[in-house]
Write a protein that binds this ligand. Structure first.
Ligand code: GDP
Ligand code: MG
Length: 254
């Protein structure tokens, strides 16, 4: 079973269309799915839209992030609630193509631990990505790829698929904002999860305003990157192996 976790904050204009498009694309396949929307204290009628749709779409449910609030906190709450064998994190504003979710899950069923989307490789379709954000994005991803020794170039893309075990092994997650996107993908790569890269489509929202402010996020991303590097590169080298219990030592001797 595949779970789609969607964080939503004030998305009354988009969430209905997004959820319906996903349900339509994933229905009628030989595997089950759920769409789990994490409402993040929206002040608009996001909840009302969801409650209206739920009787019509049995795979849809919503939960309320009790707080703290922010993209990362909402996704983390969703990651404690999903019931599938794998999870896709997708955006509420319809920027991610539902057909890519199918490709992701097919890759996981083939045996991969993760499917990572890339908007910047041949085959990908990107519509309306602001130029300045793109420049910062490409530089940031180049740095992360270099530090992680990977050729993959879209770590900052939140739209990815992870097997449940990979999500369990990346805990504890600490990011509360959009920086969670890099924390999750870096921690997945660091645990040597087998990932495949899928060219994906991304299109800018039709309604509402983007909450992603590039310059405000840069500092946060840099701190997150530093934290992740210490966590995945430095800590494993200096960590003292846990002492075995007497029972374990006896078991080893037998
Ligand atoms: N839960 C939660 N989700 C958020 C928040 N801000 C943005 N999002 C969601 O994150 C996704 C991407 O946000 P968006 O503002 O469109 O950023 P952009 O696509 O990078 O321009 C959308 O699904 C938003 O609903 C927030 O404060 N809390
Ligand atoms: Mg968006």
């Amino acid at each position: 079973m595949l779970s789609i976790v969607i964080p939503a904050y004030n998305e009354e204009k988009n969430i209905g269309t997004t959820v319906k498009a996903i349900a339509q694309e994933l229905s009628g396949r030989d595997w089950a799915f759920e769409i789990l929307v994490v409402n993040d204290g929206s002040a608009d009628s996001t909840i009302a839209v969801l409650e209206q749709l739920e009787p019509r779409i049995p795979e849809l449910r919503h939960v309320e992030n009790p707080g703290p609030h922010g993209y990362g906190y909402a996704v983390r709450f969703g990651l404690t609630e999903f019931i599938g064998d794998a999870v896709v994190v997708a955006m509420a504003d319809g920027s991610d193509a539902p057909s890519d979710m199918v490709v992701y899950y097919e890759k996981v069923m083939e045996g991969y631990d993760c499917a990572f989307g890339s908007r910047f490789i041949p085959g990908a379709i990107v519509d309306g990505y602001p130029l300045f954000k793109r420049v910062i994005n490409r530089m940031g991803n180049a740095v992360i790829a270099l530090l992680m020794g990977q050729r993959y170039g879209d770590f900052t893309n939140g739209f990815k698929c992870y097997r449940r075990e990979v999500v369990e092994r990346m805990q504890p997650l600490v990011s509360g904002q959009f920086n969670l996107t890099i924390e999750m993908s870096i921690k997945a790569v660091a645990q040597q999860a087998r990932y495949t890269v899928v060219p994906t489509s991304w299109c800018d929202r039709d309604a509402g305003k983007s909450k992603f402010q590039v310059l405000r996020q840069v500092k946060l991303y840099l701190w997150t990157l530093l934290y992740c590097m210490v966590e995945v590169r430095v800590v494993p080298r200096i960590a003292v192996p846990a002492r075995k219990s007497a029972t374990q030592r006896n078991a080893d001797l037998l």
